[in-house]
Design a protein around this ligand. Sequence first.
Ligand SMILES: N[C@@H](CC(=O)O)C(=O)O
Length: 469
Amino acid sequence: MNNKTDFRIERDSMGDRQIANNVYYGIQTQRAIENFPISGIKPLPTYIDACLYIKKATAIVNGELDCIPTDISTAIIQATDEILAGKLRDQFVVDVYQAGAGTSHHMNINEVLANRALEVLGDQKGNYKLVNPNDHVNYGQSTNDVIPTAIRIGGLLALSRTLQPALEQAISALESKATEFQDIVKSGRTHLQDAVPVRLGDTFAAWAHILSEHQNRLYIASGDLMVLGLGGSAAGTGMNTHPEYRKRVVETLSQLLEFPLEPAPHLMAAMQSMGAFVNVSGAVRNLAQDLVKISHDLRLMDSGPKTGFKEIQLPPVQPGSSIMPGKYNPVMAEMTSMVCFQVMGYDQAIAFSAQAGQLELNVMMPLIAYNLIHSIEILGNTISALTTSCIQGITPNRERCLAYAEGSLSLVTALNIHIGYLNAAAVAKESLETGKSLRQIVLENGLMTEAELATVLDLEQMSAILPLK
Ligand SMILES: N[C@@H](CC(=O)O)C(=O)O
């Protein structure tokens, strides 16, 4: 230590380094900063939270089991609480693309906690004889069991803080639009060609249902994240841990987070397989794919105002063009599609990473951690923004919807069961060629009476969803 200068000297197995006195990270983090000047992307706050909750639980349990002195465990716990409350967040500095398995990020966490714990005990940063990042903060742990656990906890936090509430909000906004638009008939379109009529309200109800199905899929997939391999240490054997540690640490973490966490039945399996993350990422990707469809539908239905469908009006949230005055673009839906494509890309990289494990470990975990948590968060934020800045403010264009429904050639489908498919096709063809209405042609050819047509060509009835009997 050198108190008279701006730096302290820290030592690791590779030698001594000067570390700026004002930083809380230490020599291993310093080396990682220099080794990985890759993206400039720092660890996600949710991922840091996940690591801190794990370190808090391990400090509690290792203190209770007398594996580390009580005053040191108390100081580490205080340090984790302070950082969880928002202090020192700028001290987590290792690039997302870093040492395999995440050892650099993990040591960054261990070092910051050790140095803050030293201060809590009235000592100075860097005096690792008293509180050591490896021997105390990391007692009985390894990157190899901490990081897969941190990805699980980070995933759960991201889901419960961001994506699940956003989905709730979107589903209820879509459901209320479904009720509001229930009496509006519009033309259905299949293959982007005129199809039988539908209700605008049902279009929104279908989207709400699609999202609620994804909500269920996510809920089921997230169950995998509750099973923790913490306690496996370096190779899934639990080496260097107290016999009671594994059970107690998961119980403690479960209490801290209020998630029903459980110890993995097989620690080596929990460390080697990235299956839980592939599963959750797959559910997130699946949601993103349907969200692309919905956002593209919103753009199509809003297209115009003069030369497109304009069946609905998305709320204008900003001027659309830098050159064309008076233009308002469907920017929220456009943004949504882009985020969804990014999520699909992240999922692909998770899939590549997940199959790249070797023997006891999969070292691609830093990429999985970032991609999974970031995917969940950006998709949650997107759904939330789409809901408040777009879905909630959508207004219908009743006249346009009705005009398309009335003009659709596919209304002729309702005649099939009365005059046969071939006759109906001839009526449709003649209508398209001559511009005469379907009704007029049917009457002229004596295919049906006016009274019959009135009941059969009833838009309300045609567009109603048949009840399930
Ligand atoms: N990932 C390291 C272990 C650790 O950082 O704890 C290794 O297996 O070499």
